[in-house]
Design a protein around this ligand. Structure first.
Ligand code: WTA
Length: 669
């Protein structure tokens, strides 16, 4: 089915919501952007003269070692922002606060997951001064271990302050980090090492998650042993592994390769000059699933990314000096990069970090944290909100949430019911909600309300941020009429845009810039209403959004097919009340192998081992054959309907094997 009609049909299912929430006057008066008029005027300027607008922002927001000579060189689809400039990200997040009243302000406040009724939770606070020292120390450790500007470092850690320290230390010396989410498997770690050519891995003996220990170091050990199809080690570029002692979990340390973080940190000085980096120097690579093949290494560079994450953090969350700001994302995802680490610290904010699960030891952990730490801003995912709704309102009711003044969501469309629940039961009907749309590729928030200025409608991410030109178009790239579905594209370059895919410039062009002429294609379906508000429908490519996590169907399919008993697999999404989408895999088996419940479980575990528990299919359905078009393409539309339990509609005459349809709907044992 063409993506356009996919978007259309999905849109009709979005609940039409007439309710509009106006910013409260007392909020607007104190806000950075105080009215719709002010927003519109600034937005107009940012679009009409982007170079003037961004030049001014870069000057105001960032500390430069050397000024740039041109704001933008745009050679589509290649952008260079602030060419000729030199700066350092860790300097902008840390050093700039040292001789100011911010030096002794908490930069990171952290709480570990373990919980004992009789003991306070494990906590740590690092002021800007302390964080600076830790970052300098770890930067010196990296230098001592031979890491140089441009070298890649894999960070595979739980949500502990060391994750932010390691990221910032890389930026301090110009090394390029690639954070791998702790929920990914040894295979995924090995693939990312192999693709990035990383020389060093930072990990931990374990991390706590829902009372259990995630064996991160063990996964790294396994990753470093994995071989490719020719028998060569996959992750052969790694020379050193630095291990944080977090969980007192027994592990093996290999002589000459593995080093303890705390031992290394003792033997180095607490100052380290920040290396002046080119504006366009690679800052980090973050792997994310696409519609084909293995995850892509999204590349972000220094100045534009920092400017985007800094400005959006301040304006979207209307950040004030006294805020205790909590973004619940893991640093393994882009949200954790931009809105746990770089955006807040570049603003001198206090960023709260929590290690574990929202329902450990009970479903009120988040609310207990908010009460105890007086959190003022909460930024989380719709999936989490839907889980809270399911667990019941008695959990937040046990706690005083009066410190909250602003709420945010990200990662997937929020259904109006969840929006209203968040508004009423968490926000006490007084907190604005910012529903922020963006992607790993965009680096920073792109479509969002500004809380003092833009009226909100539950379920809509509302209007574009400054300098962002989104449009909803058809396959020819023409803007579709108001309230019709189409593809969401971005027409103009923006500072925090990805600069490419690591090691694959051609794929960058082809994936993002070939679908709609001269535009960046987001992969999302969308409609724009009569007020110009954007309503994101979700992915219209073969990428699924499961519990706010991006999962490519192709990646899961190849993981399933790598199982010796499997002949073919097709993975589709099924609507899920809690997770937004659930993963359903249709599988055909080799030869005479017969499906059974054990094999189903074995395949689910196989995917968890190949990719990580996040990608484990919710359902596996065996089929004798997969429905294909004459040209041999799997008919995913049909499979989606079967997966959703709906009737099979549409033209099926192109099926190569008609009988397969009937069988398919019945083969789920
Ligand atoms: C989806 C996460 C609706 C969208 C920051 C996008 C959203 C993908 C929203 C990117 C939102 C993110 N409303 N959908 N507010 N925010 N998405 O790269 O499909 O992990 O393309 O970045 O999440 O996921 P990613």
């Amino acid at each position: 089915m063409p993506p356009e009609s996919a978007a259309n049909s999905a849109i009709t299912s979005v609940l039409r919501e007439d309710r509009v929430f106006l910013p409260a006057p007392e909020f607007s008066q104190r806000a950075h952007i105080k009215s719709l008029d002010e927003y519109q005027e600034l937005y107009r300027r940012s679009i009409e003269s982007p170079e003037t607008f961004w030049g001014e922002q870069a000057e105001k927001e960032l500390v430069w070692f050397e000024r740039w000579h041109s704001v933008l060189n745009w050679n589509p689809p290649l952008a260079q922002w602030f060419s000729g400039g030199r700066l350092n990200v860790s300097y902008n997040c840390l050093d700039r606060w040292l001789n100011t009243p911010y030096a002794d302000k908490p930069a990171i406040v952290w709480e570990g997951e373990p919980w004992d009724q009789n003991k306070p939770a494990q906590q740590k606070t690092l002021t800007y001064r302390e964080l600076h020292q830790e970052v300098c120390r770890f930067a010196n450790v990296l230098l001592k271990l031979g890491i140089r500007p441009g070298d890649r470092v894999i960070i595979y850690l739980p949500m502990i302050p060391e994750a932010a320290i390691a990221m910032l230390a890389c930026t301090r010396i110009g090394a390029v980090h690639s954070v791998v989410f702790g929920g990914f498997s040894a295979h995924s770690v090995a693939d990312r090492i192999a693709d990035s050519g990383a020389r060093l891995v930072v990990t931990a003996d374990g991390g706590f998650r829902r009372g259990a220990i995630v064996p991160l170091k063990k996964n790294v050990d396994d990753a470093l042993e994995l071989k490719d199809t020719r028998g060569a080690l996959l992750a052969r570029t790694v020379e050193k592994v630095v291990v944080v002692c977090r969980a007192s979990n027994p592990i093996e340390m290999r002589d000459g390769r593995d080093l303890w973080w705390h031992e290394q940190m003792q033997s180095v000085p607490a100052d380290c000059a920040a290396t002046p980096m080119d504006s366009e120097a690679p800052l980090f690579i973050l792997y994310t699933s696409g519609s084909t093949g293995k995850p892509k290494g999204i590349l972000h560079t220094t100045a534009g990314y920092l400017l985007g994450s800094k400005l959006t953090t301040r304006l979207v969350f209307d950040l004030r000096d006294e805020d205790i700001y909590w973004c619940t994302a893991d640093v393994g995802w882009v949200t954790g990069h931009s809105y746990v680490v770089y955006g807040p610290l570049a603003n001198g904010a206090t960023s709260f970090m929590y290690e574990g699960a929202p329902n450990y030891p009970e479903p009120d952990r988040f609310w207990s944290i908010i009460e105890r730490h007086r959190v003022t801003i909460l930024y989380t995912a719709p999936t989490a909100i839907r889980a809270f709704m399911k667990w019941g309102v008695e959990w937040p009711r046990k706690h005083d949430l009066a410190s909250l003044r602003l709420l945010g969501t990200v990662g997937e469309p929020i259904n109006p019911e969840a929006w209203m629940w968040y508004h009423e039961h968490i926000g006490g009907k007084r907190c604005p909600i910012v529903d922020t749309w963006w992607q790993t590729e965009t680096g920073a928030i792109m479509i969002t309300p500004l809380p003092g200025a833009i009226p909100t409608k539950p379920g809509s991410a509302t209007l574009p941020f400054f300098g962002v030109v989104p449009e909803v178009v058809n396959d020819k790239g023409e803007v579709v009429p108001c309230n019709s579905g189409g593809k969401l594209v971005i027409r103009k370059p923006w500072p925090s845009m990805l600069r490419g895919l690591w090691g694959d410039p051609e794929r960058y062009r082809q994936v993002y810039w070939s679908d709609v002429k001269d535009s960046y294609f987001t992969g999302d379906g969308c409609r724009q209403d009569e007020d110009g508000y954007f309503w994101i429908v979700g992915r219209i490519d073969d990428v699924l959004n499961v519990a706010g996590h991006r999962i490519g169907t192709a990646e899961v399919e190849s993981a399933i097919v790598s199982h010796p008993k499997v002949a073919e697999a097709a993975v589709v999404g099924r609507p899920d009340d809690l997770k937004g989408q659930a993963l359903v895999a249709f599988v055909t088996l080799k030869g005479a192998i017969k499906p059974d419940a054990n094999l189903r479980e074995e395949l689910r575990q196989h995917v968890a081992k190949e990719i990580g528990p996040v990608a484990r299919p919710d359902d596996i359905r065996f089929a004798e054959a997969l429905p294909k078009t004459r040209s041999g393409k799997i008919m995913r539309r049909l499979l989606k309907q079967v997966a959703a339990g709906g009737e099979i509609k549409g033209d099926t005459t192109t099926l190569e094997d008609f009988t397969v349809l009937a069988r398919l709907s019945q083969t789920d044992e």
